[in-house]
Design a protein. Structure first.
Length: 232
């Protein structure tokens, strides 16, 4: 069963009885989207099981799930991602990712063989409010908020927009040297950033332009209202 416009008033009343500042909107497909100004109000929305006599289920978009980072979790067999998720699920964690680092395992100086290895840092995705600490194997670990990545186009390599909105989508650039119509694997030129003209790839976090847009992304994540979907 889906919601229709004739019971719109009751829909608004049922939702605002729980969260007074909520802004419900009826979708064309019969579902409801709800905007709330504060993340803490997500917890209140979770208590809603029926709206206008119809059973509903709360679905959180990715934006409403915060990522935290924990360091010092040794990548042993007992601390695999699946095992960690089972330990952390009661603490509000819905996803665990272990970070990796690149290291050189070349037999000689002329080789450049790099491999990815698991690090002692893990990322935790929380549903709702992020915790300041989590318990793993009877040990408390401090949780820090993962820094937001800046919005960067994969086509022209500039910051501030995505590839879908890029005016140069038919003329992709190499992110290493900035040349038009060149794929990264084809590039043999020296690195030259399209954004700052420095000697590094355009997506290098050491670029002086990178932290400017990273801060903008962090501010947006902190202030943007949460968009919640309620589906029947």
């Amino acid at each position: 069963m889906q919601f229709v416009s004739k019971n719109l008033l009751r829909i608004f009343c049922d939702i605002r009885e729980v969260v007074q500042e909520a802004q419900p909107r009826l979708k064309a497909g019969g579902g409801i989207t709800v905007r709330v100004p504060h993340q803490a109000q997500i917890e209140a929305l979770k208590s809603i099981s029926h709206i206008a006599g119809i059973e509903v289920k709360l679905n959180l978009p990715t934006a409403a799930s915060l990522w935290g980072r924990v360091t010092g979790v040794h990548p042993s067999a007992s601390f695999m991602e699946g095992d960690l998720l089972e330990r952390l699920r009661p603490q509000g964690v819905v996803e665990v990712l272990r970070e990796r680092y690149s290291t050189c395992e070349s037999a000689s100086a002329s080789e450049n063989k790099r491999v990815q290895k698991p690090s002692s840092r893990i990322r935790l995705r929380f549903e709702g409010e992020i915790r300041s600490e989590v318990s793993i194997a009877h040990q408390m670990f401090r949780v820090t908020l993962c820094p937001a990545s800046p919005l960067q186009c994969l086509t022209c390599c500039e910051f501030g927009h995505r590839a879908a909105m890029c005016p140069e989508k038919l003329n992709p650039r190499c992110r290493k040297c900035g040349a038009l119509g060149l794929q990264l694997w084809q590039c043999t030129a020296r690195a030259r950033c399209i954004n700052c003209k420095g000697e590094h790839a355009a997506n290098d976090s050491r670029c002086p332009v990178y932290p400017v847009y990273a801060k903008a992304a962090q501010d947006l994540r902190a202030t943007h209202p949460w968009l919640i979907r309620l589906n029947t």
